[in-house]
Design a binder for this molecule. Sequence first.
Ligand code: ZN
Ligand code: ZN
Length: 172
Amino acid sequence: MDEILRDDNQDMNDDMSGMLMDERLKKPLYDLEHHWLAEYMEARERLLCTLTEKMHAEFLSDQTKIRNELLAQFKDELETTKKDLEKKYEDQLKSEVTKVGERHKRDTSQAKKKQWCWQCESEAIYHCCWNTAYCSVECQQSHWNSHRKFCRRRNKGGENGPGPAGAPLNQQ
Ligand SMILES: [Zn+2]
Ligand SMILES: [Zn+2]
């Protein structure tokens, strides 16, 4: 029985000291709790900052990557378009040059076949004599005064003036 009482007393003492301890520690514990809370908040804040910065950096690097890819793609397309256009224009130029060359050849050979009026430089349709042709009887008559001295038809009876125009060219 004594034993039990003593034990009870002891317990009581323990309780008392526990309560006292509690009172004494309450403030530091409170402070500590606040300190930890503050540290936790700070750490959380720092972590959030770091995360935000990391995400921002990733975003920027992604943006840069995407931009570079787009730029590269754009450059490729531009290069291809440029080459296509150059090829197209080169082909066009070649065919243009060929056409012009052919036309020039045709015109030249046609011009060589043609004879020109001595008087007015139109295309001649009447031939008088060597190297002398006219577009019309009027041109032949206007030229006759100077031409009569040289006309190779003269000896064949052209003496008396600009007789009939020579045979039309297409009948020669
Ligand atoms: Zn003429
Ligand atoms: Zn003549």
